[in-house]
Design a protein around this ligand. Structure first.
Ligand SMILES: *Cc1c(COP(=O)(O)O)cnc(C)c1O
Length: 396
């Protein structure tokens, strides 16, 4: 079995698990408690907060722990929209944001906010001129992700940060896919808020971070006790937070060697697929993309059938995005890049990880070639005059 779906989630690194385990058993205290049990876990959470803050150039009191990327995205967008509503009710988010942002923006539209979904180019990069033109005097928030979860495209966030700064508009970036793969620094480029999530970099699920620059006006979305400096109620997820910080520390420490390995096997995969399988398009930017992402449209094939055949062959991938699988809607990201609906339906995301090997890539390419020929043979969409074969152009 080969797991090529690291953009959906990753396994917990064994070193991370070891660090978490005591916080499920002997160190179970509630960090809010006024006794030794509480003090011990409060110290662990403080240490995790310091670790995360120092790795992104933030102050510890600018770090909020949440239940994951979805909550952090919701909080940034909804919390900023509400807290700044008297200044204006226009929000800008890119058209290729994660559903955590897109659906929150749509909810805010129902509440009377106006939202511009900023257009992207054919590679999925935000069009800076169009973004600039959409800014209005009542714009309070711009949200553009650092890297896209479906096609891996990196966004020009330095330019967008500068645009937002000049006009006094809050700038938020969803760095869920970027965290662990790219160095993040909240001052370079300057961001007001930034989100990431433990389970995308070999940490646990159900725990995330929202960085909020001190001075930013942000409302609460989860009300309760005085946890997280009274900004987010709920008993602290101590093992999760300890695990997230340890996973983030390891990911940053080992980033160079992991990226070198992952991008080498990813590049080999892309090169072989494009050379050996006809009628295939690589989606996303050819160079400015995450090191682990390869997203292809296989013409004349349904992405879902390709996914199921690969699954039967023991290869785990994703069609469109994990969050929209189960629905037959073509990916909003691919449509925003101008990809025709047919090609968007035939798209598959391969996202590699540190435990994948070049040997797995080569086996996967051979299986993929067989499956593509078989599915095209069955496909009524495949034109009879085309030759259904693969090319023998293997590159060493
Ligand atoms: C996975 C993901 C999220 C959601 O994070 P969860 O922790 O799974 O809720 C948000 N944004 C992007 C870009 C993601 O890839």
């Amino acid at each position: 079995m080969f797991y090529f779906d690291h953009a959906a989630t990753t396994p917990v690194d064994s070193r991370v698990l070891q660090k978490m385990l005591p916080y499920f058993t002997e160190n179970f205290g509630n960090p809010n408690s006024q006794h030794a049990y509480g003090r011990r876990t409060a110290a662990a959470v403080d240490e995790a907060r310091d670790t995360v803050a120092s790795l992104i150039g933030a102050k510890p009191n600018e770090i909020y722990f949440t239940s994951g990327g979805t909550e952090s995205d919701n909080w940034a967008l909804r919390g900023a929209a509400h807290a700044n509503a008297e200044r204006g009710k226009h929000l800008i988010v890119s058209a290729v944001e994660h559903p955590a942002m897109i659906s929150t923006a749509k909810e805010l539209q129902k509440e009377g906010f106006e939202v511009t979904f900023a257009a992207v180019d054919e590679f999925g990069r935000v069009d800076l001129q169009k973004l600039k033109d959409s800014i209005r005097p009542d714009t309070t928030f711009i949200g553009v992700m650092t890297a896209n979860n479906e096609i891996g495209t990196l966004q020009p966030i330095a330019e967008i940060s500068a645009l937002a700064r000049e006009r006094g508009i809050l700038f938020f970036t969803d760095a869920v896919q970027a965290a662990g793969a790219l160095k993040l620094n909240v001052k370079e480029p300057a961001v007001d808020m930034l989100s990431f999530s433990g389970h995308k970099f070999y940490g646990p699920k159900g725990v995330g971070v929202l960085y909020v620059r001190s001075g930013v006006r942000l409302g609460k979305i989860i009300t309760g006790g005085h946890q997280e400096r009274s900004m987010r109620g709920g008993t602290t997820n101590v093992p999760g937070i300890v695990g997230l910080a340890e996973a983030f520390r390891i990911a940053n420490e080992e980033m160079a060697q992991n990226n070198a390995h992952v991008s080498a096997i990813r590049d080999r995969f892309i090169a072989r697929v494009l050379h050996e399988i006809p009628y295939v398009k690589l989606n996303g930017h050819p160079k400015d993309r995450l090191p682990n992402n390869a997203n292809f449209s296989f013409r004349y094939i349904e992405g879902e059938s390709l996914l199921f055949s690969l699954d039967l062959a023991g290869i785990a991938v994703s069609s469109g995005s994990a969050c929209s699988s189960g629905s037959l809607e073509p990916s909003h990201v691919l449509l925003a890049t101008g990809l025709p609906e047919g090609l968007a339906h035939g798209s598959i995301r391969f996202s590699f990880g540190k435990e994948n090997t070049a040997g797995q890539i080569d086996i996967a390419v051979e299986k993929l070639k067989e499956i593509v020929v078989r599915l095209r043979n069955l496909s009524p969409l495949f034109p009879k005059e085309l030759k259904n074969e693969v090319y023998d152009k293997e590159i060493k």
